[in-house]
Design a protein around this ligand. Structure first.
Ligand code: ADP
Length: 579
């Protein structure tokens, strides 16, 4: 499947992030303020230690030193309490924001046009909803608050050194330059390197799984040698990518460690020359202690940088859903179809990036008629069915019901007019009642039972909880025929004027087909039916037959007229009928 979902670009990601912060602005501001206070409390320790040194040098008494020491203890306690509380706020902020992201994702995913989901494949959407949202969550929950705290701390520490003495502050910044360059160098290479490592791991897992799953085939076709070569290549690639990431780490960590020592050594050197002169020994010690303290927040930031970068990419994918173009909501008063006449006029349609598969289809379905659409595989029958049901929108031309474009109707209204029944019968997790009410949210139990009776689903009565019985894993697991009956009961409840059947019974096993046929007949009764026919018997029994060939409607008429006309349909009928 082509046509993957879009990814949000930078500006949009930034705006989305700011919007999330604004939604919980008070908590965010409180978190920053508390962090700042905690950082200030953290600065008191080294400064007081410097004062102790200066006091001792100037011959102050033990009582003064004790007071300063007690103040250090108090400052440490205040810092502990404030930073605990700040991180508590941070984590709660993270959880709330993650919940918001999840809710928005779910809303947007459910709001996607069906054709977009089908085209992108569910894999992409599922990955975004699970792995990507989880990556964003990990950042919000842990990395985000920690990095924020660390950044505030680092900024205050550096500022404090500048306040103590700008020359010592300059030493600190010089030392940090090394980390800055090393981190940039690393991050530029790390993202592709880790992506390659991840891809190599997946490829190896796939090779191994494919080899073991197909072991018998491998043995039967004597493919052992080829499989071993393929696995060895995958292992080699794994090793190569791991050595690469190991190399990157082996450069980063030593550089960072040395960079931490540089400013401290610089301060001690500069301070050594100047102590007793333009600065006191206490100032030099306080500055050196500050710069040593700087290591801790910087470590935290470096530790999470990579994760934050990749979760930024995940966030861009999550936000990308917002970029999927949607049919514009009908402006002005809600459109109400006038009657049930379904009309396709001048319809052209192409799947994304492909050639036109419908090329100028005109078709008026008469209310109440049975219309069969026949034609070779690939002629465009299914596509026409989807357009008539409003699943897809024509590229040019129009599909209207009662004069209103089907795709502009809201789903509830459209359901009352046209419903497409395919051979996919999904049973949703939940009770029988939940499964049926999807089609008619306000239906009473009596109506639900009547619908089930219409399609002959008497097995519901044997379930212990009847309509309240859970379906799916852990409850009753409906088989194919039962799932189809549920789908048909939904159609009865939606009570559409027009039904479009696509291969409704084509793939059912013959034992259940007869049963289903009866249920289907009950559902079709009194409705307009457009059947995408795979058996010519269906066409023979229909009021009119439409023949599709190569994206065009080539013949339209009753079975007898078309046979008499001696065209494509007549030929098909003859070859099928064998006369
Ligand atoms: P039919 O139902 O008559 O067999 P379809 O409507 O399924 O024909 O297909 C018409 C044409 O559209 C075919 O050429 C098919 O390959 C193409 N087609 C169908 N579905 C898709 C899709 N999801 N993406 C791209 N092309 C498609």
């Amino acid at each position: 499947m082509t046509g993957s979902l879009p990814v949000a670009e930078r500006g949009l990601v930034r705006r989305a992030a700011l919007r999330l912060i604004r939604l919980d602005g008070r908590a965010f501001a409180a978190m920053i303020a508390l962090n700042a206070l905690a950082a200030v409390a953290g600065l008191a320790g080294p400064w007081l230690l410097g004062r102790i040194i200066d006091a001792v040098k100037s011959g102050a008494g033990a009582a003064a030193v004790d007071r300063l020491a007690l103040a250090i203890l108090a400052a440490a306690l205040v810092q502990l309490v404030l930073s605990r509380y700040a991180s508590h706020l941070g984590h709660r902020f993270g959880e709330r924001t993650l919940a918001r992201i999840r809710e928005r994702f779910t809303e947007r995913a459910l709001d996607l046009p069906v054709s977009v989901v089908e085209r992108a494949g569910t894999g992409d959407l599922t990955t975004r909803g699970t792995a990507d949202v989880a990556a964003v969550g990990a950042t919000l929950r842990d990395a985000g608050p920690d990095v924020l705290i660390a950044a505030v701390q680092a900024a205050f520490i550096l500022a404090a050194v500048f306040v103590l003495d700008p020359r010592l502050g300059a030493c600190g910044v010089l030392g940090l330059l090394g980390i800055w360059f090393a981190a940039r160098w690393y991050l530029r290479r790390a993202v592709p390197a880790y992506l390659a490592e991840g891809a190599a791991n997946s490829a190896l897992a796939e090779q191994l799984a494919a080899t073991t799953a197909g072991a018998r085939t491998v043995a039967a076709l004597r493919l052992e040698h080829r499989r071993i070569t393929a696995c060895q290549a995958a292992i080699g690639e794994c090793r190569r990518t791991r050595v690469r990431t190991l190399f990157l780490r082996s450069v980063l960590f030593p550089v960072v460690d040395v960079s931490y020592a540089i400013p401290v050594a610089g301060v001690l050197l500069v301070g050594g020359f100047m102590a007793n002169g333009s600065m006191t020994l206490g100032t030099v010690v306080a500055a050196a202690l500050y710069l040593r303290q700087l290591g801790q927040p910087l470590d935290t930031i470096l530790l999470h940088l990579e994760g934050m970068q990749s979760s930024g990419a995940s966030f861009a994918r999550v936000e990308g859903l917002a970029l999927v173009p949607r049919p514009a909501p009908a402006a002005g008063p809600e459109l109400v179809p006038d009657g049930d006449r379904l009309v396709a006029a001048g319809v052209h349609y192409a799947y994304e990036g492909g050639p036109d598969v419908l090329r100028g289809v005109d078709l008026t379905v008469r209310p109440g008629e049975r219309l069969a659409i026949v034609g070779p595989s690939g002629a465009g029958k299914t596509t026409l069915g989807r357009l008539l049901a409003g699943v897809d929108v024509p590229r040019t031309g129009s599909v209207t019901v009662g004069g209103v474009p089907v795709a502009a109707l809201d789903p509830g209204r459209l359901r009352e007019r046209v419903v497409l029944v395919t051979q996919e019968h999904h049973v949703f997790l939940g009770t029988v009642r939940d499964n049926l009410r999807i089609a008619a949210p306000s239906a009473t139990d009596a109506e639900l039972r009547a619908a089930l009776a219409t399609v002959g689903a008497d097995w519901i009565d044997d379930l212990p909880d009847g309509l309240g019985a859970d379906l799916g894993p852990g409850g009753h697991r409906p088989d194919g025929a039962q799932a189809q009956q549920l789908a048909l009961a939904r159609v009865v409840l939606a009570d559409p004027h027009t039904l479009i059947l696509d291969e409704a019974t084509a793939l059912l096993d013959p034992r259940t087909a007869r049963h289903t046929e009866r249920a289907l007949a009950a559902v079709l009764d009194g409705r307009t039916v457009i059947a995408i026919a795979h058996r010519l018997q269906t066409a023979h029994d229909a009021d009119r037959v439409a023949v599709m060939q190569d994206g065009r409607l080539t013949e339209l008429g009753t079975h007898h007229d078309l046979v008499a006309a001696g065209g494509t349909y007549a030929e098909l009928w003859r070859s099928w009928h064998g006369d």
